[in-house]
Design a protein around this ligand. Structure first.
Ligand code: FAD
Length: 471
């Protein structure tokens, strides 16, 4: 019997401590196939006080832990390798919506889309909209600094978090607030956002709510070449237009979407399509739509159309946002990659990625936040096929090296987690990695929060002795 079961059970109630291997199986993965790590046990607090008490009990026992939201992460970040998993999905209360201040304070387990639903009666919404928004949690979004299609215009999670209460791994409780214009000091909240669960657990979060735009135009432009679509992306931004969203979907992804229940009416005989959304006050908006239409046609678009009505718009977005799910029809597993390149290099990088796929006899499909240069090369494969899995790993290594060589970076929004650890040395100098280790130590001196993630262990040699790190 694990000695933690009884003390944790006294805090959260016995039924919210799960230790049976058969029940823990569902917590072995996140959204990325390929990694399986069995937690020591799962403890699920119901509220802030229980969460703090759990972290303090774990500190007293010297036990390492990993926070878990919905487990939709795509970098292996919320996997617990023989250590305690702190599940936050029971903490799903929207504590307050302040219509005047346009903020909401929520527990970390609130599902992203539920916040927008709750804000709707006030004419407001929560702008960061990861494609997983119907499942992922605000706590997970904060930890990953999540993005989404509409983050091109409205900014990523960091730009929307105004305060958070966090419990540090040793049990201290800190209130972090976003610096105001006149404030001095180190931005600890900004440091916490994107820290991937390594600095403690957010037990409540206050976020900005954004007024709904007066008018939205959602456009679909289809292209016979990927180069043409990529050229249109750069030209739209260069023209000074900042669309609310600018997404690229290639032929392989369109084929999967159109064969699925998420079929959106995308043309299946094209090389790529762009979903372009412009929104805002009415003044000048029609001019932007005309300019986008012109630019797309000049770049070779065959057709450019505007969604007829809200149902049509919703269908266009559903196809985009459910594209990863639709890929499930193509193969049993999907390797979702995440990297960023300068927007102007989209066309050559996409050509090089296709060549890498062909060399490894893999079909790389792309659906991504083109306006940000945030690529998602996705590779359908069968994880039971060792040879194919190996080829996927090799292709990913080459894709990451390519993006870094082109002046990009190795994650735009999914985080480093476990999956990108091996590339960190390619991007950062030893001094930068050492600084990351020291910063992490400031929040977590005993190195018990999400050990073995984000910074390669060989860079933090002393971490080899940390609980839960299997170097
Ligand atoms: C189909 C699909 C589409 C996706 N689309 C996008 C997209 O468009 N944009 C995007 O950014 N991501 C996307 N993702 C990735 C994923 O949904 C995001 O990274 C999301 O933010 C993870 O939230 P989660 O609640 O599932 O967190 P988890 O996966 O449970 O955890 C992720 C990380 O957050 C930490 N964590 C969780 N809660 C807390 C907390 N309260 N305090 C401290 N740390 C915590 C965990 O320890 C872990 O390191 C997608 C995933 C899928 C499956």
């Amino acid at each position: 019997m694990d000695p933690l079961i009884a003390p944790l059970g006294r805090i959260v109630g016995a039924k919210y401590v799960i230790a049976r291997p058969s029940e823990l199986i569902v917590y072995e993965n996140d959204g990325l196939p390929g990694y399986h790590k069995r937690p020591r046990l799962l403890v699920s607090p119901a509220n802030r006080d229980e969460a703090i008490a759990v972290v303090r009990a774990l500190a007293a026992a010297g036990a390492a832990f990993v926070a878990r939201g919905a487990g939709t992460g795509l970098s292996g970040g919320s996997l617990a390798d023989g250590i305690v998993m702190v599940g936050l999905q029971r903490m799903r209360r929207i504590i307050a919506i302040d219509e005047l201040a346009r903020t909401a304070t929520v527990e970390p387990g609130v599902v992203n889309a539920n916040l927008t639903r709750a804000a709707a009666p006030f004419g407001l919404h929560y702008a960061p909209d990861p494609s997983s928004q119907t499942a992922c949690t605000i706590g997970g979004n904060v930890a990953e600094n999540a993005g989404g299609p509409h983050c091109l215009k409205y900014g990523v999670t960091l730009n929307h978090v105004v305060a958070a209460t966090i419990v540090l791994p040793e049990g201290e409780v800190m209130r972090l607030e976003a610096p105001r214009d006149d404030e001095v000091g180190i931005d600890l909240l900004g440091t916490f956002v994107g820290s991937e669960g390594c600095f403690g657990i957010a037990v409540d979060v206050t976020v900005k709510l954004t007024p709904n735009p007066a008018r939205i135009y959602t456009m679909l432009a289809d292209f016979m070449t990927v180069d043409g679509a990529a050229e249109a992306v750069s030209t739209i931004i260069a023209a000074g237009i900042v669309p609310a969203a600018l997404e690229l979907i290639d032929a392989g992804t369109i084929a999967a979407v159109e064969a699925s229940i998420y079929a959106a009416g995308y043309p299946t005989d094209v090389a790529a399509a762009l979903i372009i959304e412009v929104d805002g006050p009415l003044a000048g908006l029609d001019d932007d739509v005309d300019a986008v239409d012109r630019i797309c046609r000049a770049a070779g678009a065959r057709t450019v159309r505007v969604a007829n009505d809200p149902a049509d718009r919703a269908r266009l977005w559903q196809g985009r946002k459910k594209a990863f799910g639709a890929m499930g029809r193509v193969a049993p597993n999907l390797c979702v990659q995440d990297a960023v390149v300068p927007r102007t290099k989209l066309a050559p990088v996409l050509r090089a990625i296709a060549a890498i796929g062909a060399r490894h006899r893999l079909h790389v499909c792309n659906v991504f936040h083109a306006g940000d240069g945030n690529l998602h090369p996705n590779i359908p494969y069968n994880a039971d096929d060792a040879d194919e899995s190996e080829r996927v790993h090799l292709a990913c290594d080459e894709i990451m090296a390519l993006c870094i060589a082109e002046g990009g970076t190795l994650t735009g929004e999914h985080g480093v987690g476990l999956d990108k650890l091996k590339y960190m040395d390619q991007l950062f100098t030893p001094d930068s990695l050492d600084a990351m280790c020291r910063l992490r130590d400031a929040f977590d001196p005993a190195r018990r929060a999400n050990p073995g993630k984000v910074v390669p262990v060989h860079r933090c040699r002393e971490w080899l002795a940390a609980p839960g790190v299997n170097a």
